[in-house]
Design a protein around this ligand. Structure first.
Ligand SMILES: NC(=O)c1ccc[n+]([C@@H]2O[C@H](COP(=O)([O-])OP(=O)(O)OC[C@H]3O[C@@H](n4cnc5c(N)ncnc54)[C@H](O)[C@@H]3O)[C@@H](O)[C@H]2O)c1
Length: 399
């Protein structure tokens, strides 16, 4: 099987796919729709990053395509519904840059507590301003984490190792890591924290949830960090509270409106303020995260094609099918209508097949059932199922 990897995907992905028997073709840039139409026939796996757009039309001209790997976090560049309709699995790497974000936030906490942004700016202006005024150690300070998911919990662990006292608020029930303490309301957290760091997700209800009222409730001279989503914070209120001195410093990596292209002007009310770190949405952008993404997505693509696992696919029903140790496997992606599982099992019973494992998941209008049997069923036995009007695809694997 052939894999086509575009946009300088990390070499570890090539290593993994070649190691699993794929022939890998590499291209450094993205491809246009026309170029994709020409390149995709004969390709089983396509790897892209954020600059390649996969439309429904492109997918129609890719008869051999089994899966698309988005070697990045987002999947907006792929028409996920059209891919699902054709039974093409799409994978991404939603959590591979967690550590990178956490390390940036830890660095920012220390930099803000020592007022490094203004100190380094003065030095570049040629001003020697040696003073301890407003500079603090972070040891013993209270870090308030809002949103205790993948990033929030990892930040919690690293922050404690540095001697911070960690409290957190999450709308869901989350287990406290280490000595961190759950706080039952956001207002209580804001009243206690010396540093507030946002790590909530981008659900629509979170738009503008941190504004004038929340900044006013933060402790005087506290620090504020947002490396989550730009739309959750009212930057104008943040500016007001920094200018008034109520907030002693802030670090922002995400913004309500971000420039679309490299080199475009960045417009924000937060520009030009002392002790404010502004970074261009690079929290997750490190070489290590790229490698982790390459490893993760290539593994998912290989797992899907070589043993039918759709675990963590963003568009097909997710079945975590283990590697096949012995016997044979039938994977059946179908339209989710009543009676399909019964039909599969009847077929197996008719052929005296000894079922060793069966996994089923549904997602919207599709169902996926993976059945492991001791002896492979003859192709003729599977023909009826293959010919059913509910079939999207039927594939078999042998150990
Ligand atoms: N800056 C970057 O480059 C970068 C990189 C990766 C992720 N992110 C962003 O970081 C954020 C966190 O990522 P994650 O992987 O930890 O997500 P996650 O889904 O694992 O965790 C989010 C947590 O926030 C909680 N939550 C949601 N709304 C809340 C609210 N209003 N109040 C309190 N808790 C709330 C959820 O219950 C969940 O526990 C996301 O917004 C993600 O897009 C940014």
């Amino acid at each position: 099987m052939k894999a086509l990897l575009l946009e300088n995907i990390h070499p570890i992905a090539v290593e993994i796919l070649e190691g699993r028997g794929f022939e890998v073709e590499l291209r450094s840039g993205s491809l246009s729709e026309d170029e994709l139409r020409e390149a995709l026939p004969g390709i089983s796996l396509l790897g892209i990053r954020s600059n390649t757009t996969i439309t429904a039309d492109v997918l129609k001209t890719a008869p051999d395509l089994l899966a698309v790997g988005c070697f990045c976090i987002g999947t907006n560049q792929v028409d996920l519904v059209a891919a699902a309709d054709q039974g093409i699995a799409v994978f991404n790497a939603p959590y591979s840059n967690t550590r990178s974000v956490v390390e940036l936030v830890i660095g920012e906490i220390i930099a803000l507590a020592r007022r490094l942004p203004e100190k380094t700016a003065r030095m570049h202006e040629g001003v020697w301003d040696k003073s301890a005024k407003g500079s603090h150690e972070i040891r013993g300070r209270t870090l308030g984490i809002v949103g205790y998911g993948n990033i929030g919990t990892q930040l919690s662990n690293l922050a404690e190792a540095l001697g911070l006292r960690v409290i957190f608020f999450d709308t869901a029930d989350r287990l406290a890591h280490g000595n961190a303490r759950r706080i039952s309301t956001l207002d209580e957290l804001l009243a206690q924290a010396d540093i507030v760091s946002l790590h909530v997700d981008g659900r629509p209800g979170n738009a503008g949830f941190f504004g004038a009222d929340q900044f006013a409730r933060m402790k005087p001279r506290s620090l504020f960090i947002n490396a989550a989503r730009g739309m959750v914070v009212d930057d104008r209120s943040l500016r007001d509270h920094i200018v008034s001195g109520h907030i002693a410093g802030a670090a922002l990596d995400v913004f309500p409106v971000e420039p679309k292209r490299q080199g475009d002007e960045f417009e924000s009310v937060l520009r030009g303020l002392d002790n404010v770190i502004l970074t261009p949405h690079v929290g997750g952008s490190t070489q290590e995260a790229q490698e982790e993404i390459g490893y993760f997505v290539a593994g998912k693509l290989a797992g899907f094609t070589l043993h039918g696992s759709t675990a963590l696919s963003v568009n097909l029903p997710a079945v975590q099918a283990p590697e096949l140790g012995s016997g044979s496997r039938v994977g059946y992606l179908h339209v989710n209508v009543p009676g399909v599982l019964a039909a599969v099992n009847q077929l197996l019973a008719d052929h005296g097949a000894n079922v060793e494992g069966q996994y089923l998941a549904t997602r919207g209008e599709q169902g996926y059932v993976v059945t492991d049997v001791a002896e492979a069923l003859p192709d003729a036995a599977l023909a009826d199922l293959q010919g059913s009007q509910h079939t999207i695809w039927l594939r078999t694997w042998r150990a």
